[in-house]
Design a protein around this ligand. Structure first.
Ligand SMILES: *[C@@H]1O[C@H](CO)[C@@H](O)[C@H](O)[C@H]1NC(C)=O
Ligand SMILES: *[C@@H]1O[C@H](CO)[C@@H](O)[C@H](O)[C@H]1NC(C)=O
Ligand SMILES: *[C@@H]1O[C@H](CO)[C@@H](O)[C@H](O)[C@H]1NC(C)=O
Ligand SMILES: *[C@@H]1O[C@H](CO)[C@@H](O)[C@H](O)[C@H]1NC(C)=O
Length: 452
């Protein structure tokens, strides 16, 4: 205080003697005086900057302002973004009850923000009412963990018809703005634009085009913004299509008094009702029939075992698959094979018929494994048979189905034994048609690995 008075006195003196000092000298003297005052005398000054503080929404934050030599001056806190004086000295001015101020004896004026809200984000000024006033600012960052907005997002279960497009959306708020990624729960890849496969897709909207049944399943959208916890939403995509049946063996021969098993593969969604029909009657489990349905997701493997074959059991069996979108069926002919005689007699027959079988291709067509599709015009299913015979497409009486001779790529393939079986059956049938030999047996064909 003494110094200030001294400076004032000097200034007065200078005014009295203006001709002795230039204007610049006066300013220099004033500056020197102020400097001396601030450094050596008890004038308020900030001991350190206000730190930048980050707080999660709902948590408490403290902003310190350290002032030395405050003397009789007062410290005020101001929220610049709201243009609002919060505290002066130890008084809270703001009506926002979450602000308070404490002073400790080591010169720290602490602004408390309890249960920080997003509006509290921004620059805070600590000001001392010197003349001119001194101030410094710090930043309070209020971060918000991500939150998925259910109302603006796809519901947790959606259905789409096969080959249609669907957009799945996930919107989230939070601060900073969250990033959204998509994954499939089963770890499979996602097919995005131009049939590109990715494990993870970035973006709020997942566009799926010409959805196939393989894309059915649970999808997860995950929102992250660096503020824990990340959140995710599970969306189940149902891909609906009418039933399809694939019959691995259309012709099955067996001797009387033996057991035979026939099978059909079917795919359908929604889940289909599946059953067997023989002689226009639904086949029910009994001593005669063992029925086994092995279902896995939208696929089912239907097996029917007919025990102790008798004359009345030879004929046409149909496997039927029905859902809300349609119905289709496959047909299997179970025919009688005479009981095997000794193989030694048959070897001579075997070579000749092979040479003499021009209509063989016709017959093979009959015995091709078939796939029955309710929907055609889908290139992915248009395949060629392994032996080069173009597949045949026939209209089905039920559900406008079609035959192809190969299952789609993703359809469970017949194993080698299965293919051997139908080759032998085919051969047997050819021989039978040509009346060449009725004694060459199916089991002989199998055991000699013919046509492998
Ligand atoms: C606080 O952040 C601002 C930028 O947002 C920066 O200019 C300033 O230096 C930071 N202060 C401290 C004490 O880190
Ligand atoms: C998906 O979104 C794209 C672009 O936003 C739009 O053109 C398309 O019609 C949407 N598809 C569906 C099925 O909503
Ligand atoms: C099989 O059926 C015949 C009649 O067709 C019967 O005599 C025989 O006992 C049956 N065998 C078995 C094992 O059930
Ligand atoms: C299949 O048989 C037909 C006669 O039905 C014949 O015209 C055709 O050339 C045969 N194809 C092959 C590959 O042998």
């Amino acid at each position: 205080m003494l110094i200030i008075h001294t400076i004032k006195l000097i200034l007065i003196t200078l005014n009295i003697l203006p001709y002795r000092f230039t204007h610049r000298n006066v300013l220099f003297l004033i500056y020197l005086g102020t400097l001396v005052t601030h450094v050596f005398m008890d004038e308020p000054r900030f001991a350190q900057p206000i730190p930048n503080v980050t707080v999660a929404v709902g948590r408490d934050a403290n902003l310190p302002c350290v002032v030395e030599h405050l003397g009789t001056y007062k410290v005020a806190w101001i929220h610049i973004d709201r243009q609002m004086i919060l505290t002066i000295h130890r008084h809270v001015i703001s009506r926002i009850p979450r602000y308070s101020v404490t002073y400790d004896n080591s010169n720290t004026w602490l602004l408390h923000v309890s249960q920080a809200q997003q509006d509290d984000r921004g620059y805070y000024m600590c000001q001392v009412n010197t003349n001119p006033m001194i101030s410094q600012v710090g930043y309070l960052q209020v971060v918000v963990p991500p939150n998925i907005l259910d109302i603006e997002s796809t519901p947790s279960s959606v259905a789409v018809r096969e080959n249609q497009n669907i957009n799945m959306t996930c919107r989230a708020d939070g601060f900073p703005t969250p990033k959204i990624i998509w994954r499939r729960e089963d770890g499979q890849s996602i097919t995005v634009e131009r049939k590109k496969k990715v494990m993870v897709y970035d973006g709020e909207v997942l566009h799926l085009t010409k959805v196939s049944r393989n894309e059915m399943g649970a999808y997860l959208c995950i929102a992250t913004n660096g503020v824990p916890p990340s959140v995710s939403k599970r969306i189940i995509l149902d891909v609906e299509f009418s039933p399809m049946i694939w019959v691995p063996n259309q012709l099955v021969g067996a001797p009387p008094s033996t057991d035979v098993t026939i099978d059909c593969h079917t795919e359908a969604h929604p889940r289909a009702i599946i059953y067997w029909v023989y002689n226009s009657v639904m086949v029910l489990p009994s001593k005669k029939y063992i029925i086994d349905y092995n279902e896995n997701s939208y696929r089912a493997h239907m097996k029917l075992t007919i025990k102790n074959l008798s004359t009345g059991d030879f004929g046409n069996y149909r496997c039927i698959s029905k859902n809300s979108l349609g119905e289709t069926e496959g047909s299997i002919r179970v025919y009688e094979i005479p009981l095997p005689s000794t193989p030694s007699k048959q070897i001579t027959h075997l070579v000749e018929p092979k040479e003499v079988v021009p209509p063989r291709n016709e017959s093979i067509k009959v015995a091709q494994p078939e796939v029955i599709f309710p929907i055609k015009n889908d290139e992915s299913y248009a395949q060629r048979s392994p032996n080069g015979i173009p597949f045949e497409r026939k209209g089905m009486p039920i559900g406008q189905s079609y035959y192809t001779d190969m299952p789609p790529k993703d359809f469970g393939f017949p194993n080698a034994a299965g293919s051997l079986r139908w080759n032998c059956e085919t051969y047997y049938t050819v021989l039978k048609i040509l009346s060449i030999s009725s004694s060459l047996t199916y089991s002989y064909c199998i055991s000699n690995h013919l046509f492998l």
